[in-house]
Every structure is written in C-alpha cells, then in structure tokens.
Design a protein around this ligand. Structure first.
Ligand code: 8DG
Ligand code: MG
Ligand code: MG
Length: 148
C-alpha cells in the first residue's frame, strides 16, 4: 500500500516573504492543512531553480514581485493525516518585496482565504504544521542586519 511512483516524495519551495518584522501568511483552503496559516509556496517544476520557483509561486498566489531570494533551510515533511499520505521535501527560502508598496492579492481564492502581514513574535494560530514546528524550535527567518 502507498508504494510506487504516486507516493514518491515531491519537492516544494516555500517562501518567508519579509517586510519589517512581519511575514506574509494566508489561511489555507487546500485539503492539506485546511484552515491553518501558511507561507506562500508550491511544487518545484521541471528544470526550475529554487529561486525561480519561489518567485513564480509568490507571483501566482499573491501577485507580488520579490527579490533578494535566498535559501534558508530544508525540512523532510511526512503528512499522514490526509486521505492519501504525502511526503514533501520543503525548501524554505527568504525574500523581500521588490516594491515595498505593493499589496498582496488573493489570486487563488479557492486555495487561500487571503494574505496578510503578521508579526513574527505574534503569529496567528493555528499555523500550518511544519511552520508551527519551526516557530516552536526558535527558527528565525530574518537576517541579522534586517533593515527592510
Ligand atoms: P502548485 O500546484 O502551485 O505547485 O502547489 P500548491 O497547491 O501551491 O502547493 P502547496 O500545498 O501550497 O505547497 C506544497 C507543499 O509544501 C505543501 O503541501 C506542504 C509544503 N509546505 C510546508 N510548509 C508550507 C508552508 O508554510 N506553506 C506552503 N504553501 N507549503 C508548505 O511544508
Ligand atoms: Mg501554488
Ligand atoms: Mg501554494
């Protein structure tokens, strides 16, 4: 059961989009992590770099243009509490707004309730599982010299 190509791990790229002390989150409407607050992101496509995937997914989901895209960390994420178990290798990137005044749009309303900026020290709950684990471990997506 659950052995074979369909259940092989997939690669996702997830983005901490930072603005001041805030991070962009949206409440999910997708079946995986429904109703939890999560970062923009999605699956790596054939031939893409992590940076290209980050920029594409953020643009597809929020309409925002990002820059200063950097790799942060990777997690191995086995999600069993769904109809079909999922194994996702999630690559976490950090990025900033190319235009500080640009506002997020809810481009995929069937997947997300809407995007907003949240203080990293006062995050909304419930967070998407992997993000909650990272937050509780003391993970900090902000650069040491954050002046954005
Ligand atoms: P796509 O069809 O656009 O490629 O994919 P998507 O519909 O946008 O995928 P997604 O579920 O938003 O993201 C892919 C996987 O990334 C998700 O199933 C689990 C993993 N993931 C984490 N943490 C986070 C997170 O904070 N946000 C998002 N969006 N995905 C995350 O492990
Ligand atoms: Mg997507
Ligand atoms: Mg997504």
């Amino acid at each position: 059961e659950n052995i074979g190509e369909a259940s092989r791990p997939k690669v996702a790229v997830v983005v901490f989009l930072l603005k001041g002390k805030k991070v962009l989150l949206g409440r999910r409407r997708s079946s995986v992590g429904r109703d939890t607050f999560a970062l923009p992101g999605g699956h790596l496509e054939f031939g893409e770099s992590f940076e290209e995937c980050a920029a594409r997914e953020v643009e597809e989901e929020t309409g925002l243009d990002i820059h200063k895209i950097e790799y942060l960390t990777v997690i191995n994420n086995v999600i069993s509490k769904v109809d079909k178990p999922l194994h996702i290798v999630a690559i976490f990137m950090r990025a900033f707004l190319a235009d500080h005044n640009q506002m997020p749009q809810n481009v995929e309303p069937e997947k997300c309730e809407g995007w907003d900026w949240y203080d990293w020290n006062d995050l909304p709950r419930p967070l998407f599982g992997p993000l909650e684990t990272m937050a509780q471990s003391g993970f900090n997506p902000f650069p040491d010299d954050c002046d954005e």
